[in-house]
Design a protein around this ligand. Sequence first.
Ligand code: PGA
Length: 251
Amino acid sequence: MRTPIVAGNWKMNKTISEARELVSEFVPLVKDMNAVEIVLCPPSPALLPVAALLEGTDIELGAQNMHWESGGAYTGELAPVMVKEFANFVILGHSERRAYFGETDETVNKKVKAAQNEGLMPIICVGESLEENQAGKTEDIVSGQIKAGLKDVGANLVIAYEPIWAIGTGLAATSEMANDTIKIIRSNLKELFGQEDAEKIRILYGGSVKGSNAAEYFSQSDIDGALVGGASLKADAFAEIVVAAQNEAVK
Ligand code: PGA
């Protein structure tokens, strides 16, 4: 049994005071959700204040990105050791970083290695575009991203399958479609890490997940939680998703 993860990717949203408000509202709503690992990924300035608010809870923190070098002349970047001061998780290779900031499978691979060296759990995002999906290339694209991004890394990681056409669009992939692709990802992981380790890796679905569709995803055989964007910005909407994961986990 894999413990589900529900992670909230706030992207470039929430000032520190807004972050405090959201977390203060959210924490009491999920206090009994002990079968789910909950991870909040605020923007960097909110990491420290959110960490303080989460003290004494089981809710974990993640960063949304970081650099692979351990420090030095990289203006605007965060080193793994700086992330580790607050967080246990880091999102890597999100499609927005790939599309707008030149992230490639090679840079993702360097970052995964750096995260694991620092004892951070990477949440590695993969997914195909609408054109790739319509051309029947989903398997090729996603398997390519997995094999290149995870070259020579350890099995201590989480994958998020996020079809790009489903992110922030309201066009969620059907739960069967998502599960089929996630099964392909798990077979890629078996090739890389062997059956036993691959069975332990959590693979999340991301893309327009909300309270009303979350249970459907979580009921699928290979979907181990969700990476949530828009719906993680409201305490009650995000809590609804956590509750759906909890209900499935204790079934
Ligand atoms: P969304 O974003 O839930 O707003 O579609 C998901 C993500 O980008 O991680």
